[in-house]
Design a protein around this ligand. Structure first.
Ligand code: NDP
Length: 255
């Protein structure tokens, strides 16, 4: 029987995969047999991430670096990626940033950084990739949302706005691209301990809040994002588009 979830030999490009959840997503794709292009703004972190994946001995592992908030840099970087590795079969828009302050004190520059990194970047990166996918007649785009795609929290209104935007961008892209056999979906993680939220998981009171607020009564484990990812990256989801899967231990299902 054909394995609907088989992504062996397909090329995947994951933005923000030098560390954190992006690296875990890239690792999951490599373990599932994909060739993976890792990404970040460059430096030792990115190269070390590539070495870790190469050590798995699965698929070809490459890197590309550019700032996702700079439209011209994205155009050049994605052009280089496609020239060197061909058009990826799988694109994961994961790069993101967090800034925290009450809305009355939120700096305009921080708003711009959050929206550019979390939302505009998905548009910048997806556009040239989707053009190449359209010419080929197939592709998978997975955008990374958050529980904040649906629920707000104090001090992170711009982040919530950007992650709400990601869900609607996902639906809009699905509307435009389904006819080219490109499926666009989102994965929205609950709480996972990464560098981005170090201030949260090192805070005992917040840690207790997460455990009490999550029906699974714990933070997520990185590898728990991979099942939804492989589903959305594979032929198993060939008629699924515009959807958002929460991988959050039940958090968004309860008050
Ligand atoms: P991390 O801070 O651990 O990693 C962020 C990644 O994004 C790094 O690889 C970083 O690369 C890259 N990145 C950031 N800014 C830029 C930029 N301007 N240009 C290029 N790359 C950039 O974050 P997480 O792993 O926690 O988050 C990953 C995604 O998951 C984000 O979209 C986040 O919103 C989302 N998410 C995270 C949750 C969590 O609990 N951690 C929960 C829900 C969603 P480098 O610094 O090497 O350039």
């Amino acid at each position: 029987m054909t394995n609907l979830f088989d992504i062996t030999g397909r090329t995947a490009f994951v933005t923000g995969s030098s560390r954190g959840l992006g690296h875990a997503l890239a690792t999951g794709l490599a373990e599932a047999g994909a060739n993976v292009v890792l990404h970040g703004r460059g430096g030792d972190t990115l190269e070390q991430a590539a070495e870790r994946l190469r050590a798995l001995g699965q698929g070809a592992i490459a890197t590309v670096s550019f700032d996702v908030t700079d439209a011209a840099a994205v155009e050049e970087g994605v052009g280089r990626l496609i020239a060197e590795h061909g058009c990826p079969e799988i694109l994961v828009n994961n790069a993101g940033v967090q800034r925290r302050a009450p809305i009355t004190e939120f700096a305009a520059q921080d708003w711009d950084d959050v929206v550019a990194t979390n939302l505009s970047s998905a548009f910048y990166v997806s556009q040239p990739v989707a053009r190449a996918m359209s010419e080929r007649g197939s592709g998978k785009i997975i955008n990374i949302g958050s529980v904040q795609s649906m629920l707000a929290r104090q001090t992170i209104a711009p982040y919530s706005a950007s992650k709400g935007g990601i869900v609607m961008l996902t639906k809009g892209m699905a509307a435009d691209l389904a006819r080219f056999n490109i499926q666009v979906n989102a994965i929205s993680p609950g709480y996972f301990a990464t560098e981005m939220n170090r201030d949260l998981w090192t805070d005992e009171a917040f840690n207790t809040w997460v455990i009490n607020r999550t029906p699974a009564q714990r933070w997520g484990r990185f590898e728990e994002l991979v099942g939804a990812l492989v589903f959305l990256a594979s032929d198993a989801s060939s008629f699924v588009s515009g959807q958002n899967i929460f991988v959050d231990g039940g958090m968004t299902s309860v008050v």
